[in-house]
Design a protein around this ligand. Structure first.
Ligand code: SAH
Ligand code: SF4
Ligand code: F3S
Length: 435
């Protein structure tokens, strides 16, 4: 029996996967521990999306050498997207690693661990066209008991030209809707009040007779007190049907993450995003029509191949027009094996990428602050999550729009809904009081 400590990097899907890994290992008789000092086996679930994500993990693996030299029995394994991308090469380059396991091979982890204990290294990186881990009930590691992730589909085959995910996660496949609804219901019965349905492209979810809008409706029907969120939607697949379902179900949260990547049609084409700025803005209009109080958030990449100052300006203009509530903003990072790495030169100098990124960040900060100011004076229903990071006298929660609201503790309990009136704000947080 091992004492296993899992450390997770990357997107929400990776955090959901770590909980599946926790379940597989617990069933096999291992013990999951929350303190690294207790561990006999450390598993690092990794992300390969940008070079800096990989460098962070490499740094961490090297840092753990010191711990290993003090505890000779301690083994380290790599899971997730870096495992899939680099495979056995990773164990050659980082010789304190004993195990490499890709995202579709987690069921073989018990055998791989056994193999390591017999002496030596073990790896399994086969991708699958069918694996969804549908029958595995995740062990909610580090959960607050209030909100949980539910993985509803895996993989991506959109092949955006810059992106490594189709290579690390394999083909798209959806999970049996009944298992999704059962998992959500069981969470609700355990006291959870919020579930987030996850997929690289959730709105291409598909099962005979059940598309993504129907699935959302089924999950939202479990109980009006269960909040339902989802991430991430691809703009090309954001249907009016989904917006209609959302409008008819107040417990589906008023927040849509709609990654745009660039405001220039020329860039979108080179990125193989399969939509235009006009199409994107039409989707934004449709969201505003169906759900006037819906917040919209995005992802954007600065300095992709051949991006001109005009292309960059088009992105800034789009940000002005849409007025996002939040954005994840990145510098382009070339990824080996992608279409862009083979055909589109990484030709914007790093300091120019940084300059453009900083311009977007500054603009977005200003827009987020202005948006938040519009919320001052309004009352929101907040799902209370816990103590504020800054003061024990204050609690925080989120409104349906996914904005964090901080307020004085009083008698509010985590896991309950309370009405909060917003009195003040920063660019990142709303400040309010219980009504
Ligand atoms: N499936 C989601 C996003 C997954 S990755 C979608 O398509 O919207 C999260 C974000 O990382 C992407 O939206 C993109 O903005 C960014 N990203 C992906 N590849 C990147 C790269 N090579 N360099 C910089 N950012 C990248
Ligand atoms: Fe990557 Fe595009 Fe798939 Fe998103 S949709 S994961 S950006 S290939
Ligand atoms: Fe990273 Fe893999 Fe998610 S590359 S963003 S952990 S799917």
């Amino acid at each position: 029996m091992e004492k296993v400590y899992i450390e997770t990097y990357g997107c929400q899907m990776n955090f959901a996967d770590s909980e599946v890994v926790g379940a597989i290992l617990s069933t096999a008789g291992h013990k999951m521990v929350t303190d690294l000092d207790d561990a006999t086996f450390i598993l690092i679930n990794t992300c390969a999306i940008r070079d800096n994500a990989e460098q962070r993990v490499r740094h961490r693996v090297r840092e753990l050498r010191a711990t290993q030299s003090r505890r000779h029995n301690l083994r380290i394994g790599i899971l997730g997207c870096m495992a899939e991308r680099l495979q056995q090469r990773l164990m050659t380059e980082e010789d304190n690693l004993s195990l490499v396991c890709g995202p579709d091979a987690y069921r073989s982890l018990p055998q791989l661990i056994e193999q390591v204990r017999k002496g030596g290294q073990a790896s399994e990186v086969e991708l699958s066209t069918t694996e969804t881990y549908a029958d595995i009930e995740p062990v909610r590691l580090g959960s607050n008991g209030i909100s949980a992730y539910i993985s509803i589909m895996r993989g991506c085959q959109n092949y955006c030209s810059y992106c490594v995910v189709p290579y690390t996660r394999g083909r798209e496949r959806s999970r049996d809707p009944q298992t999704i609804v059962d998992e959500a219901r069981s969470l609700f019965e355990q006291g959870y009040r919020e579930v987030t349905l996850l997929g690289q492209n959730v709105n291409s979810y598909s099962w005979p007779e059940v598309g993504f809008p129907e699935l959302m409706d089924m999950v939202a029907a479990i109980d009006p007190l269960l909040r339902v969120r989802f991430a991430t939607s691809h703009p090309k697949d954001l249907s009016d049907r989904l917006l209609e379902v959302m409008a008819s179900r107040p417990n589906i949260c008023r927040c849509i993450h709609l990654p745009v990547q660039s405001g220039s049609n020329r860039m979108l084409k080179l990125m193989n995003r399969k939509y235009t700025v006009e199409w994107y803005l039409d989707r934004v209009d449709s969201i505003r029509r169906h759900l006037p109080d819906c917040s919209i958030t995005t992802d954007v990449i600065a300095g992709f191949s051949s991006e001109t100052l005009d292309d960059h300006k088009a992105t800034l203009d789009l940000f002005q027009q849409v007025r996002y509530d939040y954005a994840f903003m990145f510098k382009y990072s070339e990824r080996e094996g992608t279409y862009a790495s083979r055909h589109l030169p990484d030709d914007i100098p790093d300091d120019e990428k940084t300059r453009r990124l900083n311009e977007i960040i500054a603009l977005q900060g200003q827009i987020a602050l202005e948006n938040n100011r519009l919320d001052v004076g309004h009352e929101y229903e907040v799902l209370v999550e816990g103590e504020s990071h800054r003061s024990r006298e204050q609690l925080f929660g989120r409104n349906s729009q996914n904005k964090v609201i901080v307020f004085d503790r009083s008698d509010a309990q985590p896991g309950t809904y309370r009405k909060v009136k917003v009195n003040n704000c920063t660019a990142a947080t709303l400040l309010g009081e219980l009504v």
